[in-house]
Design a protein around this ligand. Structure first.
Ligand code: KG4
Ligand code: ZN
Length: 350
């Protein structure tokens, strides 16, 4: 529909410089530049390196998005930008760029929450968000279960990781198996040749005693340590490490806990839709297990395609479009970047 808002979104919270353009729920452009290769030898994202890479990639990525969508900055109705949470220096580059473009082209600006954007991106693939929904966001920096009643007003956190994020666990286990960074995709691939039931790794915070205080929280650091001890014991005894079995069993432990807690939240809140987002949502085992278990409970699972699950500008544009359509007021032009932006704020208030 031509009267739907044309919104541009800028993402720089971690190591991806993303500029996306949407009209309503339709994706027109999703330009991305990643500095992931520059971090690989460090085994994790180096904030200063990420900030510099954003600075270098911002203008060309913006140009590519506008070209791909066949529009100019003058055509855009609003600019959305990730204001937090994320790496402070990296966020600052995106926020400063968004302010520059908004000022130059005289457009309203929305400083938005990165995690809410991971939820909103699903609208580009599956249409308007059914509310209420439970959202599970699993990435390199976060593992959260959220109750989404009204995405324009904020979301209710139900639980989160108490130590490592799910993606961080994939990255650390891949590192100890000598597989490189980021770990998720390579563990996912390696696990296909392995047996998920080969090794009984622990399922964090799933004991009956955890139901009271940590029903919807996650813990992956004990799992990571268990994998490390198991591999060490194998190496000490001089036996070869069955890498595919370790990867498959580890992956299964993570996916078992994630899906059972997410579906438990759906049941307890009488919610019929589970949305999964964040980089780990690209995991093939997580997708299959969530579908299988949800189907038995009559719960619908919505997971965007892998390219939309990892960080990108389209998700920021999708949230911006949702906010514009709902008549939410834009942020002020002097909006701050907030590396610890809470989930209760979807936008930086105007
Ligand atoms: O959402 P994202 O791109 O960035 C953050 O905001 O963190 O997520 C990146 C994380 C990394 O930890 C990466 O290992 C993980 O998502 N990841 C995966 C897969 N693809 C990416 N984890 C498991 N399986 C995958 N296929
Ligand atoms: Zn993310």
């Amino acid at each position: 529909m031509p009267d739907e808002p044309l919104v541009l979104g800028i993402e720089t919270s971690c190591d991806e410089t993303g500029v996306g353009i949407v009209r309503g729920h339709t994706l027109l452009a999703d330009a991305l530049a990643s500095s992931v290769e520059q971090h690989a030898r460090f085994g994790g994202v180096v904030p200063e390196v990420a900030s510099r890479a954003h600075l270098e990639a911002m203008v060309p990525t913006m140009q590519r998005a506008l070209d791909d969508a066949g529009v100019t900055l003058a055509d855009i109705d609003a600019i959305a930008v990730t204001a937090g949470p994320g790496l402070a220096g990296a966020l600052l580059v995106g926020v400063a760029a968004a302010k520059g473009y908004a000022l130059a082209a005289d457009k309203p600006i929305y400083g938005v929450n990165h995690l809410a954007a991971h939820v909103a991106v699903d609208t580009l693939e599956h249409g308007p968000l059914p509310e209420p929904a439970i959202a599970m966001l699993v990435s390199g920096g976060h593992s959260s279960l959220l109750l989404v009643d009204d995405l324009t007003a904020g979301v209710t956190p139900l639980g989160a990781t108490i130590d490592d994020a799910a993606g961080e666990a994939f990255d650390k286990v891949a590192r100890l198996l000598g597989m490189g960074f980021p770990g998720g995709p390579v563990i996912d691939r390696t696990a296909r040749a392995g047996n998920p039931a080969a090794i009984a790794f622990p399922r964090g915070l799933t004991a009956p005693k955890d139901q009271l205080k940590h029903r919807y929280d996650f813990s992956f650091s004990g799992l990571k340590t268990a994998v490390a001890r198991w591999v060490e014991a194998r190496e000490r005894s001089g036996e070869p490490v069955p890498v595919a079995d370790v990867a498959a069993s580890f992956q299964d432990a993570v996916c078992d806990v994630l899906t059972s807690k997410a579906l438990d939240a759906c049941r307890q809140h009488g919610v019929e839709t589970l949305i999964i987002g964040g980089g780990v949502a690209a995991n093939s085992r997580l997708r299959v297990l969530a579908e299988e278990r949800a189907a038995k409970l009559g719960i619908r699972v919505r997971v965007p395609r892998p390219g939309l699950c990892t960080d990108n500008g389209a998700m920021v544009a999708a949230l911006g479009s949702h906010l514009v359509a709902a008549g939410v007021a834009p942020s002020r032009l002097d909006l701050p970047a907030d590396s610890a932006m809470p989930l209760t704020s979807v936008t930086v208030a105007g």
